[in-house]
Structures are given as C-alpha cells and as structure tokens.
Design a protein around this ligand. Structure first.
Ligand code: SF4
Length: 461
C-alpha cells in the first residue's frame, strides 16, 4: 500500500494486472452472511490460512470475535480432495460446539480440486453425522472470480436454496434482504419496519451477533440474527424486497423461482432519494400510511442538507468500494450538489456504470466510473494525481492516498480496520443520512480549519 506514493499520473492503461484492489475475497462475504443466522457456525472448506484471513478481517472490522471452522486442508487433501476432511469436520463441529446450523463455503483450493459440496453433505447425512433437527447449508465461493460481495450474495442464495420451503400459504409478512450493510444498518431497517408496522423476516441479520454488548460472559452463538425456522418460512411470506442489486438480487430471484414469492430489488436506502424510494416501496407493499416519525426524520435530514449546502457545493469527490453502496452514495452526493468525479469498484458488475449514470442524472459532467478487473485503487490514485479532488470516501486502505495527497478522508465501506463506529451507527435511512452528512462535513471543515491562512481563520469557517 505504501507503494501508492509512487503512483504517477502518466501510468499506461492496464489490461490484466490489478494493483491494490478495491475488493476482498469471496469467502469473507459468505462468512459474514452466514453469521447473520442465529446459532450458525460458518465453515470454510479449504486450508487453515484462508479461514484465518477471513476471520481476522471480519474481527478487525467488527471488533468482535468471529467464530468459524475450517476443513484444514493439507497437501494430501489438495491432491485427493477434501471429502474426508469435511465429513470429519461436520461430525466434530456438531459434537463439540453444537450449532443449530453449519454454513459451508468453498475456497479457491477446494473449488480448483472440484469438491462437490452437495454430494459430501449428502454423504454426511446418510452416515448420520448431521444430528436430527440440525442443518448444513452451502455456497460455492471461488475467490478467483467476483469479490466479497459475490460471496455474500452466493451465501444468501444458499440460504434460500437449502432452507426456504415452498408453501400454498401466504402470510401478511414480507422478506427483506438488506444487502451487505453493517449490523447497525440491519437494526435501523428493522426499526423502520417496526415504525411502519410491517412484519418482516430480515435475512441475513448480523445485528445482535457482531455488535453484542459486554456482559462479562462469552456466548459462542449470540441471541441475534434470523432463526433457521424463520428462514424455512420465507417461502410463506407474501413479498420479497431486496436492497442492493449486486448483493441481494440473486437471493430474491431464487425465492421467486423456488417458492413463487413476488418481489423487487431496489437500491440501498443510503441518502435522501434512495431512502425516499425505500419508504415509498414499503408503503406500497405494506399498504400502510407513512408515519409522522419517518416524515420528521426526513425533514431533519433535508434541514441539515440545506443549512450546510455552502460547504458541499461543487466539491470534487473520489469514491471506491462496493457497487451497491457506491450507487446510492453517488446519488446522495449529487443531491448535496457535490461532484463525485472518480468512482471505482473491483467487484464485477456489468450494470454498474449504467446505475451510476442513472443516479447522477446528468448532474456531473466528465465523471470517470469503472468496475471489475483493474478498477482498483491504483487507478483511482492515478486519476487523483491527474486532477485533484476535495474529498475521498472509501475503506481504510484510502488512508495512504489521503496522506500522500493531503486530502480529507471519510472512512466508509468494508473493511474499516483502524476506526470504530461503522458497526454501531447506521448509514441507511434518513437517520443514517444525517450521520453521513456529519462525517463528510467534519472532514471538510477540519481540513479548512487546519489549512486556512492565519488572517482568514475564524471561529466559524
Ligand atoms: S483468495 Fe482464495 S486462497 Fe486467498 S484467502 Fe481467499 S479463498 Fe483463500
């Protein structure tokens, strides 16, 4: 990362090499999604090194112990396959840790060998290694394609494929797939649903699992999350609302295919317009009135947006991270009259540029937007060298660019390894929008305080 300092503005275009990717690996997303099921132990079918890396990245981001097991591949498993390791692991996990459910995901190695999870889990069931009433679900997450968001999306689909049961009954209850958002965001989405009096099964749901209070007692399986029983019954709910096409569309489509549940996918409710769309969609699906509390929260966000408009106006911003967050954030920045000029995500998403253009709605001319291979932080830094920006927004790895270019930096996305707050304070909904505004304003005004000339330094800048 320190090598970013040597990034030049005149680097040639690359076709193959990714440098400092704006993504991480698939199983991390699968592990995060699996943690959103109550009583679940994520299991990494691969070598110990992969599992340690995934656990440590999630632990460093959430500042919580992340439990997961591994098939502990050796050279022998790499040659002969990992079936015996997984069979032994399933037996040991249920005997020793007694989870309700194990969520198995693959790694690069087990995918390259070609281990067949369906067959191995079937064999474990035949051999009585899965106790009565317990479940084992799975997702294929080869990390040489996609990103952590793809892994999350694959595991969400795995939940539906392995657990949701079709039914003729239709309850007056919806499924909400929240996308890859923080535990605080999932909590906030549930609060909004409560206020609007809409019954919903939110899955996955990492609130109460990765933001647990200190009680002095270690709980291997905290009380939060969605239960297995609720997941089984997703097939009886009347509608599915998926937030964020990249992370959640697969799960919604699978529910439609398997259980015939109608639904729709909208952008993540980050910022004013995207939250408006979310609330309006909920209003229609739930056939309810929009409560005064929600209207007041919106009003407070609009008030701060207009009060502070002078500080946002025409500020050039560079962003990197995950497609769903970037699309909604870009729309929000445009609503603030800011100029998101550089946007990159290494997560492959063919519709990304079009989604960005839609939320920009012609408000930013000459913006550079890239997704997939080579849409990395090296490219972003090169663009910043060519023409500077006033603010950068992205994960922790941006601190090297912020320091080298002496530019204000708002930490947002995954992973954030060197700060706290992201898992405790939501950024979705109108309340989340206020927190984003505060962070952006603080970064801009702190920089103004720090860099203004002595003669123009005032109490209120
Ligand atoms: S990229 Fe592949 S080998 Fe590396 S940690 Fe991820 S799953 Fe393991």
């Amino acid at each position: 990362m320190a090598l970013l300092r040597h990034t030049k503005a005149d680097m040639p275009e690359r076709e193959a090499l990714t440098i400092n990717p704006a993504k991480t690996c698939q199983p991390i997303g699968a592990m995060y999604a699996a943690l959103g099921i109550r009583g679940c132990l994520p299991h990494s079918h691969g070598s110990q090194g992969c599992c340690s890396y995934h656990r440590s990245t999630l632990t460093r981001h959430y500042k919580e112990p992340v439990m997961a097991s591994t098939s502990s591949f050796t050279e022998g498993s790499a040659v002969f396959g990992g079936q015996s390791n997984l069979l032994q692991a399933i037996e040991t996990i249920f005997t020793t840790y007694d989870p309700e459910i194990i969520a198995v995901h693959t790694t690069c190695l087990s995918e390259t060998i070609g281990d067949d999870l369906v067959q191995i889990i079937g064999k474990a069931r035949e051999e009585g290694k899965i106790p009565k009433g317990k479940r084992v679900i799975h997702a294929n997450t080869p990390s040489y394609v996609g990103s952590h968001v793809t892994g999350f999306s694959n595991m969400v689909r795995g939940m539906v494929k392995c657990l949701s049961e079709p039914s003729d009954i239709r309850l007056r209850r919806i499924n909400l797939i929240p996308g890859w958002v923080e535990p605080a965001d999932m909590r906030e989405l549930k609060r909004i649903l409560d206020i609007m009096k809409i019954d919903a099964t939110v899955f996955p749901d990492t609130s109460g699992i990765l933001d647990t209070p200190q009680t002095g007692k270690f709980e291997m399986f905290p009380e939060g999350g969605v239960s297995v029983e609720q997941l089984v019954k997703t097939g009886t709910n009347c509608h599915t609302l998926a937030l964020g096409p990249t992370a959640s569309d697969l799960g919604r489509k699978e529910l439609e295919l398997k259980c015939g549940i109608p639904g729709e996918t909208i952008e993540l409710p980050i910022g004013l317009a995207a939250t408006d769309a979310f609330i309006e969609t909920l209003r229609k699906i739930g056939m309810v009135e929009i409560p005064k509390t929600i209207e007041e929260e919106r009003g407070r966000l609009v008030d701060v947006m207009s009060d502070m408009h002078q500080y946002f106006y025409q500020k050039r911003v560079a962003l990197w991270g995950d497609p769903d967050q970037l699309v909604s954030l870009t729309g929000f920045l445009c609503d603030l009259d800011m100029k998101p000029v550089y946007i990159v995500t290494d997560t492959p998403d063919p519709g990304f540029e079009e989604r960005i253009a839609k939320v920009m709605n012609g408000r930013v001319s000459g913006a550079k937007v890239r997704q997939g291979q080579c849409a990395d932080m090296f490219l972003l830094h090169k663009w910043i060298k060519e023409e500077p920006v006033d603010l950068i927004i992205g994960n922790t790895y941006g601190k090297y660019i912020a320091r080298d270019e002496n530019v204000p930096f708002v930490r947002y996305g995954f992973p954030i390894l060197d700060r706290i707050g992201h898992s405790y304070f939501p950024s979705v909904g109108y309340t989340g929008g206020l927190r984003l505004l505060e962070k952006i304003l603080d970064a801009i005004l702190d920089n103004k305080d720090r860099t203004s000339l002595e003669e123009s330094f005032e109490l209120v800048m």
